[in-house]
Write a protein that binds this ligand. Sequence first.
Ligand code: MN
Length: 519
Amino acid sequence: MTNEMKNIQIFDTTLRDGEQSPGAAIDPERKIVIARQLGKLGIDVIEPGFAVSSPGEFAAIQQISRELQHVEIAGFARAVKLDIDAAIKATQDAARRRLHLFISSSDIHLNHQLRKSRDEVVQIARDMVAYGKQFVDEIEFSAMDSTRSGRDFVIQLVEAVIAEGATIINLPDTLGYAMPEEMGELFRYVRKHARGGDSVRYSAHCHNDLGLAVANSLAAISAGATQIEVTVNGIGERAGNCSLEELVMAIETRKDAIAAETNIQIGEIYETSRLVSRAMHFPIAYNKPIVGRNAFQHESGIHQDGLLKNRSTYEIMDPEAMGISRNMIILGKHSGRHAIKHRLAEYGIPVADEQMEHVYNKFKETADAKKIVTDNELIRIAGELTDTQPDPYVLQDLHVHAGSQRSRTATVTIRENEGGTEKAYVAIGEGPLEAVIHAIQQAIPVAAEFEDLELHSLSTGEDAHGEAVVSIIHNNKRFRGTSIHNDIVLAAAEAYVAACNQAVMTTGSRHASAKDAVR
Ligand code: MN
């Protein structure tokens, strides 16, 4: 093992390839918001879109080029003048930029899609690289479907574009077909045999059709690639692209084995993942590595207990280093006494040993019935059994009017435990849930920004339960409340109150007056 760490450039194509996920298309304004966060995350190169595709897309690329002065901008183009002109023009104001040109190299694509001979394709690639080179120095050339192409033809094509001034050679596994060994072999072969092959940089662009995008990208790194093309949450065509967070955390966690590093700010990973998921309406699988809701959730009592004694017993990464807060870990029927006691202590609720047994038994009963126990239920159990009322605010009653004719109205009654007051508030909204949220916002004077509401069905047969998860931002911290009920509107209301209670209890901002509340 060598001490020399190779720096891997992270090329993000969330806004180009990622946007090609079915249903993930977004408007130009949202692209700019995501691009800003990607800049904060520390990516090296951004591909903000396909300039020739629409005027809105062109304008977004133009604005991102102007704003992200510390990130290199890639202008994406087919090997045709019209595309190149649009890409060049849209990225004009970038501090640093490159042209990213692609053409197919596999016989399948040549025969059935392009209907051109190999010689014709080489000539087009030559001409278009030379054309682009008049405007920009940095030219990335992608031999599309390179992993299903004949080696000799890839070499012929790569030599031709290097001769015309291409500076970065990307060998994409466009269909997610390659095995890691083959991927490594392809990079080694091209680097060794292409004339001028040692004068350029290499990049990999892997798709995840067989779940191998990250493994193939790592194989490319060990075979000499210094740039990897990724998307946030792995979104993209079909099964998606190499996932940014998985690749970066593999490199970060296994530096010893990979001998590489990236410029990514690990602490921004979760924020970026959430933003992309929300903005592109693309949910994240619960068990997705790094950013999935269960990625750091330990159900087994043995694991939870070990974890509380020492994190490294059952974790190879620290979720908090990626901006994932611990209070999102949900307790379930496998949780042990230690974890339950620890969670209650986090809310400032001490439970004496003799009371703990009752809390534990009640917890298990609830867990058997509902599978998971939310924090507010746990607090309620502890409160009932220890005869205390730790929740600052309690939802006493909820009444909602929904339907197709009039605006939706909600009435909530909230008790404030400290002052012993109880008040009702009425609000309207576009939908019943919005009306409920507006009413609770009036009732609970906590300066919190409503971030997100997720609804999930937990139904089995006729036993229809809904789970609501609400996240809010208070004093720059994220708080999450969860509730399960067979009335989904009530679940959402309880989850929101639970999130507010967490914010108040953990930050001690109980005495904030309604006047100070800013929303
Ligand atoms: Mn792709």
